[in-house]
Design a protein around this ligand. Sequence first.
Ligand code: FAD
Length: 188
Amino acid sequence: MDFDLSREEVLFRDSVREFGERYIKPHWVDLDEGKYSLLELIPRLAEHGLVGLTLSSKYGGSEGSLLMAAIAAEELAYADPSLAVPVYFLLETAWPFIVQRYAKDSVKEEVLTRLTKGEAWIGIASTEPQGGSDVAGERTEAKLVNGRWLITGEKNMVTGVSIALRLPYGGGFVTITRTGPLRLSIGL
Ligand SMILES: Cc1cc2nc3c(=O)[nH]c(=O)nc-3n(C[C@H](O)[C@H](O)[C@H](O)COP(=O)(O)OP(=O)(O)OC[C@H]3O[C@@H](n4cnc5c(N)ncnc54)[C@H](O)[C@@H]3O)c2cc1C
């Protein structure tokens, strides 16, 4: 098996490294202390095709592979590890990827096209007051009532609410709910 990066992946890796050096490294302490807002960084990440990297070009995404997303997270981590994994990798790549795969077309067109421009935020609301690691033990329930999902429960530790409130289009959160004793569903 060949584990070497392709020429395209090497070029991509180098460009993300340069991006991190230029736009993130000088600000990592301020980012950590809340003196430099992610709101300033999100449009730059979007300009460089790093928001919604794995999304279809139909929604303004870069059609990147999951390997490219991993390369991007690794390179951004050289500039600021606390930004790379939770913010970039999970919020900008993983949850939008779930939306692209499972949401209705109208939701995808409305939300993902704004996300890739850096105008919207997609996060996750999974953790509940009793714990976060055991997602199969989640207590929030979703019931279908007159063709619409009625969700009852409590989520906490949701990252990005204050950012979503300040972005031009706001944001949404993928959530995990129980639809029966053993089945889980992903709500969008
Ligand atoms: C900065 C930050 C941002 C976050 N953002 C979000 C967010 O946007 N959305 C969201 O939904 N959540 C978010 N979280 C919550 C995070 O996902 C949870 O903290 C995480 O899932 C762990 O849950 P917990 O803290 O409740 O710990 P618990 O699940 O209560 O676990 C406590 C300890 O027990 C261990 N443990 C748990 N179950 C087992 C087991 N079966 N066997 C052995 N050991 C076990 C765990 O490893 C851990 O050490 C965020 C957390 C932080 C710190």
